[in-house]
Design a protein around this ligand. Structure first.
Ligand code: UTP
Length: 295
């Protein structure tokens, strides 16, 4: 079954990048000339996703504005030959895909945020693209890579990459076994969240993309109903249950990932995208070279 719908959770508080994220959502932080979430919507659209639900909350209205028409701006730019490219770039934001919004009423974790998309998704598999994880692969977008895995095996598929051993304690560590005939796709039987040295199963960690079966909603609801509390609901519980039932795959995706919820990630994204940018790439390269020579 073709995957046509996606959820982008973007309702988190972004505490790791305060004060930048105090009044500008971290998903709207800039990478050269576009906000992070535009790269993510573009990835989804380039992967064949037609309908996208962005989960927001109070204070994130600028995300809605960004994907809406800007009548005054477009009227100002339209018809001016010197501003034609700018006009197209502004208009394009509202034409990338069908983008919808819903609010997560309380910031109670990623699983809780995804549940807000239940009626939008209905009874079909869907992609989840974390709103602060920009992953760049212009030839073969990561969501498209992962949709192919789901379409082949029909199992929940988490996007993973290998992280440095000294950093794995900040992520989760996956227990995986190979699948015959596959090079990047593995069975995942276990997840150790924020592992101590003894708990490291592999250096594979889940990073920013998941293709979920529709039954994920029922499983998240069961978890929330069975342990009602003020705590945050993460996806670990869902993945653990699917792993135990032999219904979880891990896919080692091909793409450059930037964590926009993290100061270093924001700087890496800006530097690397600037270096290959058609307008400023050459000048920026010269600047970086002279800067490096002076350090
Ligand atoms: P993160 O855990 O990285 O975001 O969630 P956070 O909670 O904003 O991070 P801190 O405060 O810096 O630790 C990954 C994605 O899920 C969204 C976030 O907006 C981010 O894009 N999210 C997280 C929600 O939509 N709702 C939540 O309750 C939590």
């Amino acid at each position: 079954m073709k995957i046509k719908k996606a959820i982008i959770p973007a309702a988190g508080l972004g505490t790791r990048v305060l004060p930048a994220s105090k009044s500008v959502p971290k998903e709207m932080l800039n990478i050269v000339d576009k906000p992070a979430i535009q790269y993510i919507v573009e990835e989804a659209a380039a992967s064949g996703i037609e309908d996208i639900l962005i989960i927001t909350n109070r204070g994130k209205g600028v995300i809605e504005d960004h994907f809406d028409h800007s009548f005054e701006l477009e009227a100002q730019l339209k018809g001016n030959p010197a501003k034609e490219a700018l006009y197209e770039s502004v208009k394009r934001c509202s034409e990338l895909a069908n983008v919808y919004f819903v609010r997560q009423k309380e910031t109670k974790g990623l699983a809780h945020a995804i549940l807000a998309g239940k009626s939008f998704i209905g009874d079909e598999p869907f992609a989840v693209l974390y709103g602060d994880d920009v992953i760049i692969n212009d030839e073969d977008p990561v969501t498209a890579q992962m949709c192919r895995c789901y379409e082949k095996y029909g199992k929940c598929t988490v996007g993973v990459q290998s992280v440095p051993e000294e950093l794995i304690h900040l992520y989760c560590s996956l227990g995986v076994t190979p699948i015959e005939g596959e090079t990047r796709l593995m069975n995942c039987y276990r997840i150790n969240e924020k592992p101590t040295k003894d708990e490291i199963l592999s250096l594979y960690a889940i990073l920013g993309r998941v293709i979920m079966p529709p039954k994920a909603f029922g499983m998240i609801e069961d978890e929330i109903n069975s342990t009602p509390s003020d705590k945050e609901y993460y996806l670990t519980d869902l993945f653990t249950k699917l792993g135990q039932a032999d219904e979880l795959l891990a896919y080692d995706f091909i793409g450059r990932r930037y964590d926009m919820g993290n100061k270093l990630g924001i700087m890496q994204a800006n530097c690397e995208v600037a270096l290959s940018h058609p307008e400023i790439g050459e000048d920026f390269k010269a600047y970086i070279k002279s800067l490096a020579a002076s350090i």
